[in-house]
Design a protein around this ligand. Sequence first.
Ligand code: PEP
Length: 252
Amino acid sequence: MKRMMIAGNWKMNMLRHEAKELTQNIVSGVKDVKGDIDILVAPPFTALDIVGGLISDTNIKMAAQDVFWEDRGAFTGEISPAMLIDAGCKWVIIGHSERRGILGETDSIVRKKIKASLGDGLNVIVCVGETLKERESGKTIKIVRSQVESALTELELDEPGKVVVAYEPVWAIGTGKNATPEEAEHVHATIREITGNIFGQDSERIRIIYGGSVKEDNIKELLHMENIDGALIGGAGLNADSFVKIVKIAGE
Ligand code: PEP
C-alpha cells in the first residue's frame, strides 16, 4: 500500500488574506486525519510565507506551483529551488498543462526543472496528460509515454518516493468533465509500466496521482483503482469544505 497524496493547486487565486482564511479552515478541517496520507497545498508565490507559517507543525505540507532550474543569478522574475525551500516548500509542481499550454513549457524545460529541484532536495510532482485533440486522435498513450520518458529517463533518484507523477488529461482540467476511473486507470497502469522500465523495482515507490475535475463525489471511485495513488485538485481545492471532504475520503 502506498501512502496516498491529496494536493490542492490554488493556481493564480487567493490574495494573502484569502489564503490565510482558506489555510486556517483546511488546517482545522484535516487536523484529525491520521491516515497514511500526504496532504499538500500549493499557494501562489505571494502567499507562501503566510501559508507556510500557518501549516508549520500541522499534517499539511506546502508545494510551489513552479520553479526555475538555476540556483541564483540574472533570471528576472524566476524563483529557484533553494528559494522555495527557504520559503517552507517541501514539494513543487512541475509541467502543469497550463504552463505547457499557455507559457510554452517544453519537455526539455520540464526535465531541467525536475533535475534542479531534486538536486536541491525538493520533492516533485510532474504533470503529464493529453489534450482533447490528442485523445480524439488516439494519441493519449503516445503523448503520455513521451512526456514521462522525457521527464524521468536517466534521472538519478536516491529516493523514488520523491517523485510523483500526476496524470491530468488536459480536457478534464477545470471543465467539469473527468476521465472515468477505468479510463484514468488505463493510463495510470501504462505510466506504472513506463516508470518500471526506467527505475525497475524502485518504481514501486513512485506514486501516480490523478487530476482533472476531481470532487468529493468522484474521488472515492478514482481511488479504488489499483494504480491511482491520490489526486491533484484544482477548483475543489479553493473551497475548504470540499478539500477537507476529499482528504477525509482519501484518508479512510
Ligand atoms: C489542476 O489544475 O491541476 C486541476 C486538476 O484542476 P481542476 O481540479 O479544477 O480540474
